[in-house]
Design a protein around this ligand. Structure first.
Ligand SMILES: *[C@@H]1O[C@H](CO)[C@@H](O)[C@H](O)[C@H]1NC(C)=O
Ligand SMILES: *[C@@H]1O[C@H](CO)[C@@H](O)[C@H](O)[C@H]1NC(C)=O
Ligand SMILES: *[C@@H]1O[C@H](CO)[C@@H](O)[C@H](O)[C@H]1NC(C)=O
Ligand SMILES: *[C@@H]1O[C@H](CO)[C@@H](O)[C@H](O)[C@H]1NC(C)=O
Ligand SMILES: *[C@@H]1O[C@H](CO)[C@@H](O)[C@H](O)[C@H]1NC(C)=O
Ligand SMILES: *[C@@H]1O[C@H](CO)[C@@H](O)[C@H](O)[C@H]1NC(C)=O
Length: 486
């Protein structure tokens, strides 16, 4: 059914939320706005799918007795009334704060049916006369419309059919055979009933479609798993915001630990989302507050997954004390020609800041230098490394990923079992290490990114990314490659 599709679309797009809903103590950190262009796309998709799932549509048998001049009472029956094809010539979608109306007008349809009549002739003796045949019906100027209400119920969208209807303006019946008196009698007696049967059957189909669409909406997850550590909370946090040309959704948007240890969050949405200036040219706009990224940072940090033992580097001589002979001679002296490994862990969750045109991250880490001496791991020194990186986001299919590049770093010796040594001595070794090992490693994870809340079957297309004060905005068209389970 058409409605189903529509919803799905909406739902897809919708998963995120609208930017400025009325102040509520629950803030959504991902906002989603479906623009007029997006609504039209959804509407066309919905109608197309609905129409194709509508036909063939079988209508109930219609029969009655009709008085025909000179002939008397004739029993007539129409059976196997089937709507074959419906074409829609124009359609529109309108919004106001009470709901979404979709109207398909100028629709044509063609039907086929079997007719049958019988009557008793009294010319000499009563004889039963009957005939049967086929007819086709052409319906013109049909109009189908529905109004839907969309509501957030406990974090999930609920779709309600507020009104729905189908009106048939004209129909013409073409009989295949039959007597001429029969034709007029049939038209006079049955035209209204055929019209009503078409109208109510289509109306009923639309209702069924909306119910299916709604149950589909109910199956949307409130959390999207990202990996075995984190999920993205995609609960809707406020009512959808409908204005006259767009629908906005606001969703929680924070990362939560999969192990369900709920950590209270103290995030604050920094800015009032506003529609991106080049908004109307794309179907969908998704805005992600920097809190989304910082929540990810905290979840992964708490899961202790931001730890890393480095045993291999491009210049492997750096992982042997011999490679440090001239920079930290006392290390070589104490552990000559021993292999080393680096035990790197972040000391606080990385802090991500988004400002116009750029993303910055500050990463505080501790690097413990460990010597592998006769199967024993001996920590010899710990260096605090503070890295300032600048990042960029990228979209790949429906995932938002990114990468970081080194801006600057500072080193401080935290503790040492081999005596003091100066950080400037290891500055260039560290630079090489960060550039060639640490950042490529981080980027291999960051590039995978996380799934944006886009309904299955829909894919972002020609997405543009822009950074504004504390938010990343994605303005994108979508393509539908799925099929709806009608
Ligand atoms: C009903 O109509 C369809 C299409 O015209 C036809 O294929 C089918 O045989 C008909 N069934 C009966 C019982 O007449
Ligand atoms: C707009 O709201 C009014 C009631 O306030 C309703 O009658 C009308 O059908 C709505 N129109 C649309 C397009 O939803
Ligand atoms: C629907 O459109 C197609 C192609 O334009 C046309 O061949 C067909 O006859 C139309 N059917 C009806 C019922 O108007
Ligand atoms: C109804 O549409 C079908 C498919 O286009 C076509 O084959 C058939 O001839 C049409 N019937 C009438 C009465 O227009
Ligand atoms: C997801 O977000 C909703 C709304 O903010 C909240 O009520 C719910 O507790 C969150 N779920 C988890 C697992 O944090
Ligand atoms: C890495 O260092 C941490 C302390 O920061 C320690 O608990 C852990 O055992 C070390 N891991 C290895 C493999 O040396």
């Amino acid at each position: 059914m058409a409605p189903t599709i529509f919803f799905i679309l909406i739902a897809l797009f919708i998963i995120p939320a609208n930017a400025h809903l009325q102040q509520s103590n629950e803030d959504g950190f991902i906002s989603m706005v479906i623009s007029e262009k997006g609504l039209n796309f959804a509407k066309d998709l919905l109608i197309k799918q609905a129409i194709s799932s509508l036909t063939p549509l079988q209508l109930p048998i219609i029969e009655k007795s009709v008085k025909i001049p000179f002939i008397g009472s004739v029993h007539m029956a129409l059976s196997n009334i089937t709507i074959y094809q419906v074409n829609v010539s124009s359609s529109s979608v309108n919004l106001n704060d009470t709901g979404i109306s979709i109207v398909a007008s100028g629709a044509t349809a063609n039907l086929s049916m079997n007719w049958y009549y019988s009557y008793t002739s009294w010319v000499f003796v009563p004889i039963e006369i009957s005939d049967k045949g086929k007819a086709s019906i052409q319906v013109e100027g049909m109009e189908m419309g529905l109004t839907l209400g969309l509501e957030n119920q406990g974090g999930t969208l609920k779709l309600a059919l507020m009104e729905c209807g189908c009106i048939v303006k004209d129909l013409s019946i073409i009989l295949d055979g039959g007597a001429s008196w029969f034709y007029q009698g049939l038209v006079n007696a049955f035209e209204g009933q055929i019209r009503a049967a078409v109208e109510s059957s289509i109306g009923k189909k639309i209702q069924e479609g909306i119910l299916k669409l709604d149950s589909l909406l109910q199956t949307f997850p409130k959390e999207i798993p990202v990996d075995d550590i984190a999920s993205l909370n995609v609960s809707f946090v406020s009512q959808p915001l409908l204005d006259d040309s767009s629908i906005g959704f606001e969703i929680d948007g924070l990362f939560t630990a999969t192990d369900k240890e709920i950590v209270p969050n103290y995030y604050h949405k920094n800015s009032q989302p506003s529609v991106a200036s080049d908004g109307p040219s794309k179907m969908l706009e998704i805005s992600l507050d920097e809190a989304v990224f910082n929540s990810a940072s905290i979840v992964y940090f708490n899961a202790e997954s931001l730890r890393w033992i480095v045993k291999k580097v491009p210049d492997q001589s750096l992982l042997n004390t011999a490679g440090w002979r001239f920079i930290v001679p006392q290390l070589y002296r104490k552990y000559p020609n021993d292999d080393m490994q680096l035990n790197v862990s972040l000391s606080t969750p990385p802090v991500i800041r988004i400002s116009s045109h750029k993303i910055d991250a500050t990463i505080y880490s501790d690097m413990i230098i460990e010597v592998l001496d006769a199967n024993e791991i001996i920590p010899v020194a710990c260096i605090s490394v503070m890295v300032s990186a600048s990042g960029s986001a990228e979209i790949s299919r429906n995932n938002l990923g990114g990468s970081v590049d080194l801006d600057d770093f500072t080193l401080a010796l935290k503790w040492s079992k081999i005596g003091n040594f100066h950080m400037y001595l290891i500055q260039s070794v560290m630079w090489t290490f960060i550039k060639t090992v640490a950042l490529p490693y981080a980027n291999s994870h960051l590039r995978k990114g996380f799934p944006l809340p886009i309904v299955r079957g829909f894919t972002l297309q020609n997405a543009d990314l822009l950074y504004t004060d504390s938010r990343i905005m994605i303005c994108s068209d979508v393509a539908f490659t799925g099929s709806l389970p009608f």
